[in-house]
Design a protein around this ligand. Sequence first.
Ligand SMILES: NC(=O)c1ccc[n+]([C@@H]2O[C@H](COP(=O)([O-])OP(=O)(O)OC[C@H]3O[C@@H](n4cnc5c(N)ncnc54)[C@H](O)[C@@H]3O)[C@@H](O)[C@H]2O)c1
Length: 315
Amino acid sequence: MRGETMPKVVVVGSGSVGTTLAYTLQITGVATEIVLIDSNRELAEGQVMDMNHGLPFVPPVHIYAGDYPDCKEADVIVITAGARQKPGETRLELVDRNAQICKSIVASIMPHVSEALLLVVTNPVHIMTYAVVKHSGLPPHRVIGSGTVLDSARFRYLLSQHCSIDTHNVHAYVIGEHGDSEVLLWSQVRMAGTSLELFCAHCAVGCAPLDKTKITEAVKNSAYHIIEAKGSTNYGVALAVTKIIESVIRDEHSVLTVSMMLSGEYGVSECCLSVPCIVDKKGVGRIVETELDQAEENDLKQSAQILKDVCKRVA
Ligand SMILES: NC(=O)c1ccc[n+]([C@@H]2O[C@H](COP(=O)([O-])OP(=O)(O)OC[C@H]3O[C@@H](n4cnc5c(N)ncnc54)[C@H](O)[C@@H]3O)[C@@H](O)[C@H]2O)c1
């Protein structure tokens, strides 16, 4: 890994998610070298030209359209290529189309990978992460998926809105599938270090009681609403993925609900799933086994079973 001084990130897929990610990396200064790859080379070149016209206004960064040999010396290679959901379509319905794409990308990347971490964003993200683990042959801690990092952010945002508190002071995790069976860990929510119940009990605002079902549904259905309204989601996911990359490149040890191949943690194995993980320069440094209540434990098992059944199709 070239590390913190000259971080290099390759983004495969120059569509809505890949380009917004590259732009976010550009303006935050997280990477000093950004390569965009797409099967539509002209698209990648156009996106790069557009971003390069902003160079006088951001920290120094080298951005170019490339090909798989440019994965050499990358710190992180992000896979965002593939089909996206159409309005009303679930993420799991994308499996067969995107598994073929991810397998062919892995075959193109691997001859050029030395130290890089592979970060999967293409949906259904856990199944694609599983396929990339299997087809790359890399150790599981070096292949992670963006998982439910975005869903956890949506959960934190909605709690912060209800309670009029900075999102940074809300700790809340969504685990399991990035999709319909995801599990919001209500039992673990911490507002300014206290439980939600205590925080609300001492609040003098006198607002309507917090409706857990409404927030749970809003988190789960966010992507459906955004896709219905504008065709795709790109900003939130780009910022979530930038945070993951930053934690790897800067060895931040941030706790993020990335997707990772589990080997018995939370009673799950042979399946990629999101649980709180400490993300550092190695990828996942440690899986945090947090306490779940009985309902959360049952829901997580159910979510894992749904994903395990689909994983078998892409192994
Ligand atoms: N994990 C998350 O939180 C999350 C959030 C949003 C979107 N996504 C997923 O990200 C993926 C991309 O979404 P998008 O909105 O950017 O789609 P998009 O259609 O805008 O872009 C996809 C790009 O992939 C390229 N591509 C297709 N096959 C390729 C291949 N074999 N090699 C290289 N490039 C190839 C296409 O040319 C296109 O430019 C989708 O699967 C979507 O569901 C994931």
